[in-house]
Design a protein around this ligand. Structure first.
Ligand code: CA
Length: 505
């Protein structure tokens, strides 16, 4: 530090410190909670204008705690299935551009439900996921978010579900994508079992399947739920961290198989829920408890004030199959669920806590999309000098965090799914879509049908305005077409004629 004379101190106290020798504030620690398949209504935190029956059903006191300390985003979007969202998060690219448009697992081949489709011939999308190797075919070669953070001094920790790359490719291992630590992440997007007593699926009968969870051997045979084992391992990784950390806490839960955490089950059975729905609710509460344990850890170690927390889900709540009750109703007031381009498939519960920057207990209704997390997390980390191999589509939402009055109404968001998921239902099937302002246009590849909704007036997407509002439909179709052309998006073909499905414009 510079020495100051008495006279200087008297007259120019403010000028005595030399900016070149000031110690810069340390970069914040960053935790991203990414819950798998958590729906917009799978929480006691209301993300709509009023509390819903689902908000009363589920107990998530730690999401409430986070919301009370941070900013709640009511219109945060992901893609309708796992891998496209995760690849967009890691690369900042829109799915139409990175072409990992469906969920990854087997290398070099499209999914059997795509091959076997009656009417559409699907393109060979980037079935191998992200690759750190530019020569791997059918993969997106990109500079990843953790790679950039690692380069800038962050200790990067991956916990839970990875699902970034196909089996046998380098991208299946988070250590090849910029993470210093990988706990339990691999190619598969679901666990065989949530129970330590069942070795999380590591038993002879399943050893040749992709589903047994790797790397948690010390919990095998123990009475512990997968979410709790991941929490323990995350906390011990934080214990060993000597640098600013980026913890990517990517829960396997609440993805199928729906298996109860017995610690939380009874309350929901006593409410009268069927055993599937009660089990599902217990998985949500178990996830919430894990979030709470990690928040407690930060408080106990006085790390809370310098740790930014982001909470997000990777797609809408599952509703088409495997749930109790009526299909397509589990995200009400939203229509449909996972796999659908209706709001139930893409709208997510999102919260950001940033002490000293974000106003506690605030709410923000700007819409944004998952690739925005890439640019935002780098900005939060103070990293502004970086290069990527890819074109980044995401835009930082940090301006919203800093100024809750800021409104952006004219930005278009895009979704593109030239693929087949399997189940059927509202908004499910190959599509391209755009949201701009209050309007959302969906174009279905199979029959070239349009749906146009005013999301602000009709959040449940009950009234298709494609015929009555033709000017808006045409303008949005042109916008969508131009975007798809600009990123060289893939399209399916008509199986009978062999011709590409025409673009929406
Ligand atoms: Ca998912």
């Amino acid at each position: 530090m510079k020495l100051c004379s008495i006279t200087m101190l008297a007259s120019l106290l403010w000028a005595c410190s030399d900016p070149s020798t000031e110690v810069p504030a340390p970069p914040p620690n960053i935790i991203l909670f990414l819950v798998d398949d958590l729906g917009w209504q799978d929480t006691s935190v209301p993300f709509w204008e009023r509390e819903t029956p689902f908000n009363k059903r589920y107990r998530t006191p730690n999401m409430e705690r986070l919301a009370s300390q941070g900013m709640k985003f009511t219109q945060a979007y992901a893609t309708p299935v796992c891998s496209p969202t995760r690849v967009s998060l890691m690369t900042g690219m829109n799915a139409a551009r990175h072409r990992v448009t469906n969920w990854t697992l087997q290398p070099d081949q499209i999914k059997p439900m795509e091959t076997n489709h009656d009417f559409l011939e699907f393109p060979l999308w980037n079935v191998n996921g992200i690759s750190p190797d530019s020569t791997l075919p059918n993969a997106v070669f990109a500079t990843t978010l953790p790679e950039i953070m690692q380069h800038h001094g962050y200790h990067t920790i991956h916990v839970g579900k990875a699902h970034f790359g196909a089996i046998g490719t380098p991208g299946e291992d988070p250590l090849n994508l910029g993470f210093d630590v990988n706990i339990a992440g691999h190619a598969a997007g679901a666990p065989k079992s949530y129970y330590g007593a069942e070795n999380f699926g590591n038993t002879p009968e399943f050893q040749d399947t992709p589903w047994p969870v790797p790397g948690l051997e010390k919990y095998h045979g123990k009475d512990i739920f997968l979410t709790d084992a991941l929490t323990n391992e995350a906390l011990s990784a934080l214990d060993q961290s000597t640098k600013p950390f980026f913890l990517y806490m990517a829960y396997y839960t609440v993805h199928t198989p729906i298996m109860a955490n017995p610690k939380f089950l009874n309350h929901y059975l006593e409410m009268g829920l069927d055993s599937i729905e009660a089990s599902y609710a217990s998985m949500i509460e178990s996830m919430d408890r894990s979030v709470g344990n990690i928040l407690d850890y930060l408080e106990e170690r006085q790390l809370s004030d310098n740790t930014v927390i982001l909470f997000m889900s990777d797609n809408g709540g599952l509703s088409a199959v495997a749930r109790g009750g009526q299909p397509h109703t589990h995200n009400k007031p939203l229509s449909s669920g996972k796999g659908s381009i209706h709001e139930g498939g893409i709208r997510e519960p999102m919260i950001v806590k940033w002490p000293g920057v974000v106003q506690a207990g605030s709410e923000n209704d700007n819409y944004l999309i998952i690739e925005d997390f890439f640019s935002s997390i780098l900005e939060i980390a103070g990293i502004d000098q970086y290069e990527t191999n890819q074109t980044v589509d995401g835009k930082s939402f940090v301006p919203f965090l800093k100024d809750n009055q800021l409104r952006v109404q004219d930005r278009p968001l895009y979704w593109h799914y030239p693929n087949e998921w399997g189940p059927t239902g509202p908004g499910i099937g190959a599509f391209s879509a755009v949201r701009k302002g209050d309007w959302k246009l969906i174009y279905y590849h199979l029959d070239q049908r349009f749906e146009l909704f005013n999301i602000n007036n009709d959040i449940g997407e009950t009234t298709n305005l494609a015929e009555s509002h033709q000017k808006i439909r045409k303008d949005l179709a042109t916008l969508l077409t131009n975007y798809l052309l600009s990123v060289n998006a893939q399209m399916p073909k008509n199986k009978q004629s062999g011709e590409l499905i025409p673009l929406p414009g």
